[in-house]
Design a protein around this ligand. Structure first.
Ligand code: PRX
Length: 652
């Protein structure tokens, strides 16, 4: 059945960066005809090279691709200093705190802050090119400043989301062998202070010898513990730093940052991004997908701890010379009209958020948008999870007033930037559909054998050619990188990148993402490995075995559903107590984002004779679906009915 289409708003086409599907097709054809020429042209146009590159793409060590070989550049220069010629007094970052406090940093002020911080990292902490710096930060300008300061001196940052626990933080610090941790006392959320520094203290309390110093920014003014010789005040040290700092000439392929994300095994992966390829695509997609114009004010509600915060709060907008809003608070405080109030106040032109937030704001404040003037909006974006048609419709009609383009942007930590997305004033949009690959991105939906899947059938979303902003490797684990993303499937003799997502193509070539095909669940747009949660649950002394799956959730997209087998002799524990204890452990090991929505105690989990847990069956039971899978290969086929009965009786 052909889906309804929404055509681009004519008012904005004239000035759009890509104006029609003909223009889109021209770009795509240019990429197909001369792939290196296509990317080389944009790299020449968009990047302020310190030294031009010699070669666009080196595929000789595939899948370890190299882009813009021989080139020298600096990402902080690209994002900040180069704009001083034309927009030194333009707002670069507009910050709004949880309590409504405001701060604006112009490009000139940002340049000085970045240089001061870079000098502090170098002079006070001895940070050099290639050193790793972990940032455990709230959403304050210093988070962006610290990222750019690292880029300025060639240090590799690894931002750890502030919701992760001390254990999770320690794992990431140790894996990256970070020398410096930058954090704050804490910040504000929903009108109250919360703390970050104590989490860092706990993370560093054991097995973290690599960390030589902790640099603490004052944000909420609460008392914190101070370790002499290790902890230093950012606010004090910054005072004596020079506001001028030379930008380190970085190689195109030098790592810009690591960002840890979940995979299908217990250990998070340090996704390593490059310098030139990453910043090029961050900037290009800002211009194509968000149609960034000089006078625009752009707001992405993500957290800097996730890739969306990296590419579409900090690097992309600043590389494009835009004004980017950073918001410390939550969209529902003091009420569900907060975002719309801010859109009105700052005259926001592009608003980018996750479907979970849209569902929540719809549920909590369906009429809130009506109270505000949202006429400045031109583009609405979504990211992180599939958006359902009712949420899409509310976003389109109530927020966009049926005049804005909705860009459903599909991408991943590993892709660095958008892969599949409508172009706001070119693509006829189908609701809840990511539509087409962006120009230059060779995405295909294929089956297990590498053949394109027929129309309307689910297949694997793959990218068949390397692209500049792709993951370069997993930090310290090239083997895992090659294995995780480039299975055995080849196209034209070259490895194919597997995203891990399922997708479908329709009769008009539109692509819809159907969700993960591996053991990764997506809770409120946050990616969670089932193995990570299982490893945490296993730490409870009464737990013999457990299996975790995702279950559809009306707001969060997916919730976490755990099947837990207790040890025989541990039946003394009451279920409610054990559930509480298990969730406490999860909170300690990973963080509150991984808390289980449902925990059921079962006599066993369904396993094949070779011991593999049949998660598909468990997913079906959690959803209350009829079991259609073949259960004859199970070690104990009767277990399925037993679990079904337990789940039914729990009325989950
Ligand atoms: O499953 C896809 C889903 O989010 C995963 C990537 O998660 P992460 O690396 O944390 O990055 C999130 C922000 C880019 C993908 O593998 N995903 C992302 N965007 C969409 C999506 N699923 C459906 N539609 C999207 N637009």
């Amino acid at each position: 059945m052909l889906q309804e289409k929404y055509y681009p708003n004519k008012e904005h086409i004239k000035n759009a960066s890509i104006k029609s599907m003909d223009e889109y097709n021209e770009l795509m054809n240019a990429a197909k005809e001369d792939y290196e020429g296509f990317w080389g042209k944009f790299a020449n146009e968009k990047i302020d090279w310190i030294k031009p590159y010699d070669k666009v793409l080196d595929e000789s060590e595939a899948p370890f691709y190299k882009w813009f070989i021989g080139g020298k550049l600096n990402v902080a220069y690209q994002c900040v200093d180069r704009h001083l010629k034309t927009k030194k007094n333009k707002a670069a970052i507009i910050f709004e705190g949880d309590n409504g406090d405001k701060r604006v940093l112009t490009y000139l002020e940002l340049a000085y802050e970045v240089s001061r911080t870079a000098n502090m990292f170098k002079n006070e902490f001895g940070i050099k090119k290639g050193d790793r710096v972990v940032l455990y930060m709230p959403m304050i300008p210093e988070a962006a400043i610290s990222m750019l300061a690292c880029a300025k001196i060639g240090a590799i940052h690894s931002v750890v989301f502030g919701g992760f626990s001390a254990e999770a933080l320690r794992d990431r610090i140790v894996d990256a062998e970070a020398k410096l941790v930058v954090t704050s006392d804490g910040a504000f959320r929903k009108g109250s202070p919360y703390m970050l520094k104590p989490v860092v203290d706990e993370a560093l309390s054991k097995d973290c010898e690599c960390v030589k110093a902790v640099c603490v920014i004052e944000r909420n003014g609460e008392d914190v513990n101070w370790v002499a010789g290790r902890d230093y005040s950012y606010n004090e040290l910054i005072k004596s730093q020079s506001k001028y700092c030379e930008s380190e000439a970085m190689d195109s392929e030098d790592p810009l940052f690591l960002l840890y994300t979940s995979g299908s095994t217990g250990k998070p992966k340090g996704v390593q991004h490059s310098t030139a390829g990453y910043i090029l695509w961050a900037q290009m997609t800002m211009e194509w997908v968000f149609d960034m114009k000089d006078n625009d004010t752009y707001w992405c509600t993500a957290d800097v701890g996730w890739i969306t915060g990296h590419t579409y709060i900090v690097y992309g907008p600043l590389a494009a010379g835009a004004t980017t809003i950073m918001f410390e608070g939550v969209p529902t405080f003091p009420d569900a009209g907060r975002c719309w109030k801010m859109v009105e106040e700052y005259r926001v032109n592009q608003f980018y958020t996750a479907p979970t937030a849209i569902r929540l704001l719809h549920k909590m404040g369906a009429d809130e948008p009506k109270k505000y003037d949202l006429s400045s909006l031109r583009i609405l974006g979504t990211v992180g999870e599939p958006i359902d048609p009712p949420a899409w419709k509310w976003y389109y009609e109530e927020i966009g007033r049926s005049k804005c383009a909705i860009v459903d942007t599909y991408w991943q930590t590993e892709t660095g930037g958008h892969m599949i997305s409508p172009l706001p004033f070119a693509t006829p949009i189908k609701p809840a559909c990511a539509t087409f690959p962006l120009p230059g991105i060779m995405a295909e939906i294929i089956d297990e054998n590498g053949n394109p899947t027929p129309i309307g059938e689910k297949g694997f979303m793959c990218i068949t050619k390397p692209w500049p902003s792709m993951i370069r490797t997993i930090w310290n684990d090239g083997e895992r990188f090659a294995k995780s993303y480039f299975g055995d499937c080849k196209k034209d003799g070259k490895p194919v990148y597997f995203t891990g997502d399922g997708a479908m193509i329709d009769e008009e070539g539109y692509m819809t993402i159907t969700g993960r095909t591996d053991d990764v669940i997506n809770v409120s747009g946050h990616r969670m490995g089932t193995a990570e949660v299982e490893a945490a649950i296993k730490k409870h002394p009464s737990v013999a075995a457990n299996a975790v799956v995702g279950k559809p959730h009306p707001i969060k997209g997916e919730g976490i559903f755990a099947y837990v087998v207790l040890k025989g002799e541990d039946n003394f524990a009451t279920e409610a107590e054990t559930i509480k204890e298990i969730n406490e452990i999860i909170k300690k090991e990973i963080g509150a984002i991984a808390l289980c929505d449902d925990i059921v105690f079962v006599p066993d989990v369904p396993k094949t004779r070779s011991g593999k847990i049949m998660r598909r069956i468990l997913r079906s039971i959690a959803k209350g679906e009829e079991i259609t899978q073949d259960t004859s290969t199970l070690e104990d086929p009767t277990i399925v009915r037993k679990i079904e009965e337990i789940v039914r009786s729990c009325k989950l």
